[in-house]
Design a protein around this ligand. Structure first.
Ligand code: ZN
Length: 300
């Protein structure tokens, strides 16, 4: 049985007290964060700007006077629940679905929106992935853009799509509405968590570069593709510092000639003091090191 929670749907954009019921309000850097919850929830971020969480995945959607912009549909059951939630807020149709990147845990299930006539948008680089390995539950984009910036206008709103280059895959975009300074940043900095064990489809140095670029943007909070509704920007810094430490310490042991099978334990010990608070640290850190050994061995 799915639970249903609506947090802050009556809240308006109000700076530091954004959506008072949202879990980010009590969140402090360097704290442990809970694992993703079951069920789903809708949280208002600002006027017409919402985030929808379905179990461990999260998107944003934007209600304008001319219709709705949805981002990642997540998967078919999630998309159906999301459609119901949007209907509670507006009778207007979903006009656009925007994919943050090509990964199947975010972009399956858009058919329900295609049936009401939505246009599907992604960065052009995603198309090669969708064609190379088709997934029947992914609706192919009907509009793509190349380059590093695209602005989608609907009604009184604009949504800026920013491509930062290769980082997590080669087609990931960060989305930022023009009226609320809270961007949607998928998979580059899940707040309080660890990277996936084998850091699947991440280019380590490009991930660090993209995080540095985002740290230079002027916002205080962001919505991630997993986890809590609103994360402080410091969580991106925390992720970058973890990656830099992982890379530095792994490189150090490789240069020192430490036997490969001993390096994960040595580096785990070095990182523990600074990063043991990250969710899943003890179970994941050694696999992160093994992945980083491969990075330095292959350049991948
Ligand atoms: Zn991904």
């Amino acid at each position: 049985m799915r639970t249903f929670v609506v947090l802050g749907t009556l809240a308006i954009l109000c700076g530091s007290t954004l959506c008072g019921a949202a879990p980010a309000g009590a969140e402090t850097p360097r704290s442990a964060l809970p694992a993703p919850a079951e069920g789903h929830e809708v949280t208002q971020i600002g006027p017409g700007y919402y985030t929808f969480r379905y179990t461990g995945a999260r998107n944003v959607f934007l209600i304008t006077c001319d219709g709705v912009i949805v981002t990642d549909p997540i998967e078919p059951e999630a998309a159906a629940v999301l459609r119901e939630e949007i209907r509670k807020l507006t009778p207007l149709p979903v006009k656009y679905v925007i994919y943050s990147h090509q990964h199947w845990d975010h972009v399956r299930g858009g058919q329900i929106f295609a049936e009401e006539g939505a246009t599907f948008i992604s960065h052009r680089n995603c198309m090669a992935h969708f064609k190379d390995l088709p997934e029947p539950e992914i609706v192919m984009p009907t509009r793509t853009f190349s380059g590093d910036r695209y602005v989608l206008k609907l009604g009184e709103r604009k949504l800026e799509l920013r491509w930062l280059g290769v980082n997590h895959g080669d087609c990931l975009i960060v989305m930022a509405p023009d009226h609320v300074n809270v961007p949607f940043i998928v998979d580059l900095g899940t707040a309080g968590g660890m990277p996936l064990p084998f850091i699947a489809d991440y280019s380590l140095h490009n991930w660090v570069r993209s995080l540095r670029e985002l740290e230079g943007w002027s916002f205080e909070q962001y919505v991630g593709g997993h986890g809590i509704a609103l994360a402080p920007k410091s969580r991106l810094t925390e992720r970058r510092e973890y990656l830099e430490a992982l890379m530095t310490e792994t490189r150090r042991e490789l240069d020192a000639g430490t036997p490969l099978d001993q390096i994960p334990e040595v580096v785990a010990g070095r990182l523990r003091e600074r990063f043991a608070h990250l969710r899943g640290f003890n179970g994941i850190v050694r696999d992160n090191v093994r992945r980083t050994i491969t990075y330095y061995g292959m350049g991948w």
